[in-house]
Design a protein around this ligand. Structure first.
Ligand SMILES: NC(=O)c1ccc[n+]([C@@H]2O[C@H](COP(=O)([O-])OP(=O)(O)OC[C@H]3O[C@@H](n4cnc5c(N)ncnc54)[C@H](O)[C@@H]3O)[C@@H](O)[C@H]2O)c1
Length: 384
């Protein structure tokens, strides 16, 4: 299949591009290096340097003989995006290309505006491009479990049946995002749903939980093929940060009571889920929503698992609760469904000690690069 991976330089985009190329798809990766530039501007660069997208595609070709096309440009620039779609003629469009950090979106007015404009314009342009150039292509869009928030009832997979005054209707499950970034994802879902109703597009919106991990099957060829790995509070996800903290003897910083529970998944399972969605597309005129995670864990659970794995490898790991910079419930009910991917055949990679030890060992090789001053950084608070 001809596949566009938008955001193909990113933490998830690059491993996805390699995975689908390995499976025999004709992949073009598109990116404008926004993520690299923001990390550099905020002085929170990743744990190890990663070659740029053009260089990575060349390294991939050297090891596998397979081509990944590369286009560098901004999805918000219609002329650029139209050119990419006209040339690539995609049958499937995987849309990762957004500003993905909740804390970054909450830093100040400029970062909030960048997040709003970038994410909504990029998504709108992708919809317009599909309508104009390939109206039957399947859009796979990355949303987040954070769209739902932490309601005091079970979370369904995207939709909720409501009975009101004796009549029934199916609505998008109520969203209650906890940051501006998450709010842009809610707005994306609304845009997608509007254009499915209006133009009969074919869309899968994936409500993904926080992802952890470094290695995928395709990165075995060379460490130069590993994805970015951020460990700062702006761009590092919680488990990736804890691993780095454990390696340098920095206490695992649990925000507040640590009862914040989310649905997590290994980066290998992100690839599996996206591939399963691609191989089993939504119907034309359908907005299919799937919850993409494999297990629910609290921040305290994660800290304890990392401490156990670290201790097993001879590290001295301590856990330290710190004041919570975020506005969020620290103890809450959390019961999201996630059966649709199991039904499609997902084989979960659960968070075992073995997986944690592999991550600790990889990060240890780059221990000299870790700048502990970047772990808590500006400690952005939601109230600013
Ligand atoms: N990583 C996670 O834990 C996680 C969890 C849930 C959802 N998601 C979502 O998955 C997607 C990928 O996440 P990630 O962690 O790989 O983020 P990332 O920042 O590493 O990747 C996103 C990529 O998109 C590019 N990009 C952003 N705006 C662009 C634009 N206007 N034009 C061209 N390229 C642009 C960035 O440069 C970056 O390389 C995001 O949409 C994110 O919100 C991620």
């Amino acid at each position: 299949m001809k596949v566009l991976v938008l955001g193909g330089d990113g933490y998830l985009g690059w491993p996805t591009a390699m995975h689908l190329s390995e499976q025999g798809h004709q992949v073009t990766a598109v990116d404008n290096y926004l993520r690299r530039n923001l990390s550099r501007d905020e002085n929170v660069e990743a744990l190890y340097p990663t070659p740029d997208l053009v260089e990575r595609a060349a390294i991939w070709k050297q090891h596998t003989g397979k081509d990944i096309g590369v286009r560098i440009g901004n999805l918000c620039d219609w002329d650029f995006l139209a050119g990419v779609f006209a040339e690539a003629g995609p049958e499937c469009v995987i849309h990762y290309a957004e500003q993905p950090s909740a804390p970054y979106s909450m830093l100040n007015r400029e970062t909030a505006t960048l997040t709003l404009q970038n994410n909504l314009n990029a998504t709108a342009n992708v919809i317009f491009a599909v309508k104009e150039f390939c109206p039957t292509a399947h859009i796979i869009k990355l949303g987040t479990m954070g769209e739902y928030g932490t309601p005091n009832i079970d979370i369904e997979e995207g939709w909720l049946d409501i009975e009101h005054n004796g009549r029934k209707e199916r609505f998008l499950y109520p969203r209650a995002a906890g940051s501006l970034y998450h709010t842009t994802k809610v707005q994306d879902t609304d845009l997608l749903w509007f254009y499915v109703r209006t133009w009969g597009l074919c869309i899968t919106d994936l409500m993904q939980g926080p992802v952890y991990g470094i290695h995928t099957d395709e990165s075995r060829h060379s460490e130069s093929l590993l994805p970015f790995f951020n460990y700062d509070e702006l761009f590092g996800t919680v488990l990736n940060r804890f691993i780095v903290q454990a390696v340098v003897g920095y206490p695992l910083t649990v925000y507040g009571k640590g009862g914040q529970t989310r649905g997590y998944l290994n980066i290998r399972d992100t690839l599996q889920c996206v591939r399963l969605a691609l191989e089993n597309p939504a119907a034309q005129g359908e907005l299919r929503i799937m919850n993409q995670f494999t297990e629910t864990l609290s921040v305290n659970d994660l800290a304890e698992l990392v401490r156990d794995a670290g201790t097993a490898t001879g590290l001295d790991v301590r856990i330290k609760p710190v004041e919570n910079p975020r506005k969020e419930l620290e103890e809450h009910y959390y019961n999201p469904r996630h059966s649709k991917f199991s039904e499609l055949g997902l084989q979960p990679t659960l968070l075992t000690r073995e997986i944690l030890v592999e991550m600790l060992e990889t990060v240890s090789r780059y221990a000299d690069n870790i700048d502990t001053g970047k772990i808590l950084g500006k400690n952005a608070t939601w109230a600013k």
